[in-house]
Write a protein that binds this ligand. Structure first.
Ligand code: S3P
Length: 435
């Protein structure tokens, strides 16, 4: 599918966002490990969450998705069933969150199976979960540090808790290890180099798990003493999807939009800080908490934008927003620089390389470095670009059409169905048309 976006004047109005992707993954998986029926409202129905739901099907988990309400019968924290009658291979499609979080649940409960993924997912690094899972004593195998990953029986295996420092700040790795550690007698202590999103800690704690967080990005996980309680929650809108609407408004003079009920967990709000630092007016209204997660309405008013420097913890707090940031930086005055973001090379595409190649095709002045990029803002000519099988790249490139001198056509844009199937519909509510 090709995608182009058009707007005549400023963006205005109110939009609601689909349910948060990270929270949807966690809610479905943790509900599986709980005892009893969970009801999860405003669940994200998109490619990556369908990957997890169909994996759960293979384990015989019963769930119903009606509109955006997921009802799921928990199985408890014990080995998941093999309903196939032969070695169970679970395809995680394109979803690294599905694979890495399931890996923790499978390793912790002692489920025998193989986790595999699409060609793209098979290229994403898995040694980062394999090494610490092995240190915990979990019998996991992979030929070369990539999927497929084989999980063997725990029969005769001794597992023991670990003190482990993650080499990179990663919520997927941390969540994998937390889920595995729930099944290992004693206290596992995980330390991260930065503030990765803490949804797993918050949600599992709300379900009764004994998880303590300490300053210095330390998480202490104790083995489960009692069953996890089922969830009855309404998920907030996804801030990473909201980022595209906010950027669309920020790059159109005189725009003013309001996004309702968006998750504003501080480990995710780096892009809001960056929008404000670039000059946009960003305001949080109606701040409240839903099941331990901060939620707010976000008002954005467009103002002239200027370049910014991004490094350190801010990189972690906006790890999914670099494609949209890069597009916006092209619309800003002056130079923007990103450093210390080598992790972007291990996302759905090598986001440093793919952003540089594609934005350059559209006329951007962008320079690649090993751990980031720099952009000199200025008029974009427009033209044609490729999505590289990366949902966030597809949406970010399309967005640059809102300020380019000519149309921007993004090829392979169907990939945005992975996280934000209603991207064009939400933009339309704010005055942007698409074809
Ligand atoms: C996610 C964590 C992040 C993020 C991904 C979702 C999660 O990945 O990029 O889109 O839900 O835990 P890393 O943990 O690899 O940084």
């Amino acid at each position: 599918m090709d995608l182009s976006l058009f707007a005549d004047g400023p963006l205005a109005g109110t939009a609601e966002l689909p349910g948060d992707k990270s929270l949807s993954h966690r809610a479905a998986l943790f509900a599986t490990l709980a005892e009893g029926e969970s009801v999860i409202e405003h669940f994200l129905d998109a490619g990556v969450t369908r990957a997890l739901l169909s994996a759960l099907n293979r384990f015989g988990i019963q769930w119903w998705l009606s509109d955006d309400c997921l009802t799921l019968k928990g199985h408890g924290y014990r080995p998941l069933r093999n309903c196939a009658g032969r070695p169970l291979v679970i395809p995680c499609r394109n979803s690294a969150t599905t694979l890495r979080l399931l890996a923790g649940a499978v390793a912790g409960t002692g489920t025998v199976c193989v986790l595999d993924g699409s060609e793209g997912l098979r290229k994403r690094p898995m040694e980062r979960i394999l090494e610490p899972l092995r240190l915990l004593g979990c019998p996991v195998e992979s030929e070369n540090g990539f999927a497929p990953i084989t999980f063997r029986s725990l029969r005769g295996v001794e597992r023991s808790p670990i003190h482990y420092t993650l080499p990179v700040a990663s919520a997927q790795v941390k969540s994998c290890l937390i889920l595995a550690a729930l099944g290992v007698e004693g206290e596992t202590v995980l330390t991260e180099p930065g503030p990765s999103r803490d949804h797993t800690e918050r949600m599992l704690r709300s379900m009764g798990a004994d998880i303590v967080t300490e300053p210095g990005h330390v998480v202490r996980v104790h083995s489960l003493r009692e069953s996890l309680s089922p969830l009855h929650i309404r998920l907030p809108g996804d801030l990473s999807s909201a980022a595209f609407l906010l950027a669309a408004a920020a790059c159109r003079p005189d725009s003013s939009i309001l996004l309702k009920e968006v998750g504003v967990n501080p480990t995710r709000t780096g892009f809001l800080d960056v929008l404000a630092a670039m000059g946009a007016s960003v305001e949080l209204l109606n701040e409240h908490e839903v099941c331990g997660e901060p939620v707010a309405d976000i008002r954005l008013e467009a103002r002239p934008l200027h370049g910014v420097e991004i490094e350190g913890d801010l990189v972690v707090r906006m790890i999914d927003e670099f494609p949209v940031f890069a597009a916006l930086a092209c619309a800003a005055d002056g130079v923007s620089r990103v450093r210390g973001a080598a992790e972007l090379r291990y996302k759905e595409s090598d986001r440093i390389a793919s952003l540089c190649v594609e934005l350059r095709k559209l006329g951007a002045k962008i320079e690649e470095s090993p751990d980031g990029f720099s952009i000199e803002g200025g008029p974009l000519a427009g033209g044609e670009a490729e999505a590289h099988g990366d949902h966030r790249l597809a949406m970010a490139l399309a967005l640059s059409g809102l300020f380019a001198e000519n149309e921007v056509i993004v090829h392979g844009a169907e990939i945005l169905e992975e996280s934000f199937p209603d991207f064009a519909v939400s933009l339309e509510e704010l005055g942007v048309s698409s074809c």
